[in-house]
Design a binder for this molecule. Sequence first.
Ligand SMILES: *[C@@H]1O[C@H](CO)[C@@H](O)[C@H](O)[C@H]1NC(C)=O
Ligand SMILES: *[C@@H]1O[C@H](CO)[C@@H](O)[C@H](O)[C@H]1NC(C)=O
Ligand SMILES: *[C@@H]1O[C@H](CO)[C@@H](O)[C@H](O)[C@H]1NC(C)=O
Ligand SMILES: *[C@@H]1O[C@H](CO)[C@@H](O)[C@H](O)[C@H]1NC(C)=O
Ligand SMILES: *[C@@H]1O[C@H](CO)[C@@H](O)[C@H](O)[C@H]1NC(C)=O
Length: 303
Amino acid sequence: MRSSAALLVIFLLLQPSFFFDALSQTDVTTAPMEEKEKQALYYTIQGFVGKLWNGSELYPDPCGWTPIQGVSCDLFDSMWYVTTINIGPTYDNSLECSKKAEFSPYLFELRHLKSLSIFNCFASTNTQQTTIPADNWNKLSSSMQNLELRSNKGLLGKVPHVLGQLVNLQSLVLSNNSLTGELPRELGNLVHLKRLTLSGNQLYGNLPKSLGATLAELLILDISNNHLVGPLHSSLGGLTSLLKLDLSNNLLNGSLPLELSKLKNLTLLDLRNNNLSGAFNPSLLEWSLCKTWSSQTIPLGKL
Ligand SMILES: *[C@@H]1O[C@H](CO)[C@@H](O)[C@H](O)[C@H]1NC(C)=O
Ligand SMILES: *[C@@H]1O[C@H](CO)[C@@H](O)[C@H](O)[C@H]1NC(C)=O
Ligand SMILES: *[C@@H]1O[C@H](CO)[C@@H](O)[C@H](O)[C@H]1NC(C)=O
Ligand SMILES: *[C@@H]1O[C@H](CO)[C@@H](O)[C@H](O)[C@H]1NC(C)=O
Ligand SMILES: *[C@@H]1O[C@H](CO)[C@@H](O)[C@H](O)[C@H]1NC(C)=O
């Protein structure tokens, strides 16, 4: 054994080219990726971090040996595609957003994109006003499961109704931005949603009836800290899976619908700082008191 190992060493010493050939062979093995996909990724990220960022130079093999912080990929038919993009100051080495951050239309060419998260990117000091794109989301409708745009004080405008085309979404989080307008009833099309969090914006108008009617898988509904008005519709009782309902700090009025007592799995109900009143049916009152006693996490507020 020993002598053959020694022989091999001598062989390698005498044949340096054999050794280096082997090395360069592995060097050129990049993760196979359509050129179109690669370019779409570079342009998408450039939209957020600025034109000076040169993806093809810095990250020639983004799904292989030059991974980009916050980007992950997966194999589909032996080609690599981008599945996750996280932008924002989450890690020390995260890419930094530019003052001109924007949604590139190339985002919608990433046809296997499952999860997009943009945190603290569009600042109120941005030199241009940014809104959530109002079209093209249909191109991502079969892949997208998670959309999270959080703490972007420079993100203005409405929640576009086309988000209702992302029919495979399980989580939609649009918290702590500067979104206004009424909630589109098309959100009721997102029948696989487990989490809908729209807290901390300037949303107004009524809570669409469609939400309660169709979102039977919803576990978390949080639209706290907005300007929602009007009474709560009895269709809320259709959110039978709900664990957490937070509508605190809005301008809701009227009486609580009795149907809320259908939400048997609710462990947190926060309706503080609204103008809800109630001719309460004893059973609802009993139910809510019972919940209040069994858990400190149910501030029912002004009843
Ligand atoms: C990025 O760098 C490559 C290689 O240096 C160059 O050919 C290309 O034009 C640059 N692209 C941009 C957008 O600056
Ligand atoms: C929104 O901001 C508030 C206050 O800064 C914070 O407590 C909350 O956790 C934020 N919510 C999300 C979902 O980021
Ligand atoms: C409520 O919770 C129980 C226990 O976790 C679960 O088995 C049941 O399916 C839930 N009900 C609904 C309507 O989701
Ligand atoms: C709720 O508020 C609106 C607007 O202020 C008012 O028109 C309506 O009568 C109120 N409804 C109830 C039930 O208090
Ligand atoms: C709350 O409702 C009462 C009675 O309907 C009304 O007098 C009061 O102005 C309302 N408060 C707010 C903040 O809307």
